[in-house]
Design a protein around this ligand. Structure first.
Ligand code: NOJ
Length: 434
């Protein structure tokens, strides 16, 4: 008898990949990101999204590839600036195109999960202040209503908003994403508006589609103390956890604002106290933090990377146990959990293979301990436009040459397919390792 046994996943587990409209569709010229990309210096490698993966024309081909690789689900987003190119004007041809793509997915036996906001805003909304402006709550709801009326018969899994904490942090704290500001108070205001918009959209989706499953895709990045025995390191880590990981999620979940500078109830929440049918987890890495009195702006926590750990192309630690800890933490909500994103960038493929295997082992560990994980979406299917990193950090199971559009599945695509088809990590895979 070998040392290993098959690690099984629950029946009906969803195995998929995740994408976002602006990163794959191409020529989304009417949104804030397209405008941002045109200024030299904004995108690290000097590229732009351009034709991206040409999904506006070629999505079906890649979805065929995903289906052939044993995937039975796909998470994608719809692009607000295509559907509502000018305030209150709807482009029915864009909605028809999304119906074609989602219909194709269904015909290939893949369950769609649709994200309604994934980082991009129509230019007209951006000009009105976008999420800094309270009015966006109403405008987003009008958009959600239109999309759910048009696509609801084909979709039952909805993510209202992708990674509100990352959106606010990158745009208003780090300032390397549009609108490129450094203004923490406004970052919190943006998050408050997003929390309110989620609550309103949750209601709207359920009014139109009572059986829908609605959540968000929450980026959880655990902050761990460098020296667990040090009370000060623990304090610094817990402050950062509260602000980055907990506040926004708790506000969206319960409709009780727990964001700094915004206590109280979401005004639109009424008497209800739960606004999520599932927990969507985007997990990539964790942060190690030590107390540093000189870092008041970072809540006295200095982030650092420990010696000897494996790093991804962003210089972040590869930390598979982190996904297990997140899943254990989210079990407290007693809701189905979907891993809405998890993945790594690699110019070769060795790191990616190892990353997938090590993270899935940890996911299965949580499941074996009773955590209700219902699906896993690897980020991403085909190399695509990685925001401020441009084309320099490829995450795909499938390699893409952005110039020619040529695709080539990487070995990790086959590893993932083997696991998805078997609905298990086989003993053979574990024995071979990566
Ligand atoms: C999370 C974001 O949702 C996605 O758009 C991005 O490409 C991946 N992380 C990888 O950084």
């Amino acid at each position: 008898m070998g040392q290993y046994k098959d690690l099984r996943f629950p029946a009906d587990f969803l195995w998929g990949t995740a994408t976002a409209a602006h990163q794959v569709e191409g020529h989304n010229t009417n949104n804030n990101w397209w405008a941002w990309e045109q200024t030299p210096g904004h995108i690290e490698d000097g590229t732009t999204s351009g034709r991206a993966c040409d999904w506006w024309n070629r999505a079906e081909e890649d979805l065929d590839r995903a289906a052939a690789l044993g995937q039975n689900a796909h998470r994608m987003s719809v692009e607000w600036s295509r559907i509502e190119p000018r305030p209150g004007e709807w482009d029915e041809t864009a909605l028809t195109r999304y119906r074609q793509i989602i219909g194709h997915m269904r015909r290939r036996g893949m369950e769609p999960m649709i994200t309604l906001h994934h980082f991009t805003n129509p230019l007209w909304l951006e000009e009105r202040g976008a999420w800094e402006n309270e009015e966006t709550i109403v405008l987003f709801n009008r958009f959600v209503e239109k999309v759910v009326e048009a696509l609801g018969d084909m979709v039952s899994l909805w993510c209202t908003i992708n990674e509100p904490n990352v959106y606010a942090y990158m745009g208003w704290a780090d300032g390397v994403w549009p609108p490129g500001k450094r203004d923490i108070r406004t970052a919190f205001k943006v998050m408050r508006h997003m929390a309110r918009a989620h609550v309103v959209a949750y209601r709207t989706i359920h009014r139109l589609q009572p059986d829908a499953q609605v959540g968000i895709a929450h980026h959880e990045r655990p902050f761990d103390p460098l020296r667990p025995g040090s009370a000060l390191d623990r304090l610094a880590a817990s402050l950062q956890n509260r602000v980055f990981n907990e506040c926004i999620f708790a506000s969206m979940y319960s409709g009780r604002l727990s964001l700094p500078l915004g206590w109280g109830r979401v005004p639109e929440a009424g008497d209800e106290s739960e606004f999520m049918d599932f927990v969507g987890l985007n997990y990539y890495t964790h942060e190690v933090v030590t107390f540093d009195l000189s870092r008041a702006g970072e809540l006295f926590g200095r982030r650092l990377v420990r010696d000897g750990v494996e790093l991804n192309l962003f210089g972040e630690e590869v930390y598979p146990e982190g996904i297990y800890h997140c899943l254990k933490k989210f079990a407290r909500y007693h809701k189905p959990i979907y891993i809405t994103e998890n993945g790594t960038s690699d110019h070769g493929d060795d790191r990616r293979r190892r990353y997938i295997l090590q993270h899935l082992v940890q996911v299965q560990r949580a499941i074996a301990e009773g955590v209700p994980v219902r699906g896993y979406f690897y980020w991403t299917l085909v190399d695509n436009f990685e925001w401020a990193k441009g084309w320099s950090t490829p995450f795909g199971l499938i390699y893409l040459d952005p110039a020619s559009g040529e695709r080539r599945p990487r070995p990790s695509a086959e590893l993932y397919a083997e696991i998805a088809r078997a609905n298990a990590i086989s003993r053979d895979i574990l024995e071979a390792g990566c």
